[in-house]
Design a protein around this ligand. Structure first.
Ligand code: ATP
Ligand code: MG
Length: 181
């Protein structure tokens, strides 16, 4: 089983203080009034998995993910999100039975990525999630409009969803990468 164990958010959007959300294998629902930060939590999950599209993150520029301050509180200099996933079934190509992926972004524009506290490149994060259904091209996050997209897009785009499910995306990526060289 592949499941999220916890999410740690600090300085991301409306979460200036370190906030830890623990999940179990059952269903988790996040409820709260309008504007309380529910969607910011799913944005944090997308973001830590490597999302680069500010549109997908509902912002104008990447800096918008950093806590921007309120009347009572100063803005922060960086945002950090860690996602802890179960790896007891070794779905991820790592020895550890838990995988922690961390992304940090500074106002200066600097980005940092870590896998189990080891500094890595964005490419490594993308490859970690590839073919697991998670990650940027995964289908584990079904946002508004995604269902329509799957039903209506070109057959080539629809095929990508099935390639990810079949666990063969990495072969297409490698082929595309070698063709670019
Ligand atoms: P709804 O029920 O309307 O969908 P929601 O719970 O999903 O609401 P979010 O969209 O997650 O709410 O949160 C919106 C809030 O997050 C707004 O109050 C907005 O000001 C705040 N917010 C977004 N980005 C930042 C930021 N960079 N710094 C501080 N606050 C932010
Ligand atoms: Mg919302």
């Amino acid at each position: 089983p592949l499941y999220l164990k916890a999410l740690e958010i600090q300085g991301f959007k409306s979460f200036p203080d370190k906030t830890v959300l623990s999940f179990d294998e059952d269903i988790t629902a996040i409820v709260g009034p309008n504007g309380s930060g529910k969607s910011n939590i799913s944005d944090a999950i997308r973001w830590v998995m490597g999302e680069q599209s500010t549109k997908a993150l509902r912002g104008g520029k990447m800096e918008d993910v950093i806590f921007g301050g309120t009347q009572r509180r100063k803005q922060l200099g960086y945002a950090e999100v860690s996602l802890i996933l179960d790896n007891s079934g070794h779905v991820f190509d790592l020895e550890e039975s838990e995988v922690m992926v961390t992304r940090r972004y500074y106002r200066s524009g600097e980005s940092e990525y870590y896998i189990n506290r080891r500094s890595v490149r964005l490419k490594d994060v993308n490859e970690l999630f590839m073919d697991t259904g998670l990650g940027r091209e995964g289908y584990s996050i079904i946002g508004q409009g995604k269902i329509d997209e799957i039903l209506s897009v070109k057959s080539a785009d629809r095929r990508e969803v099935f390639e990810e499910a079949a666990g063969i995306s990495r072969f297409r990526h490698r082929k595309e990468e070698s063709e670019r060289k």
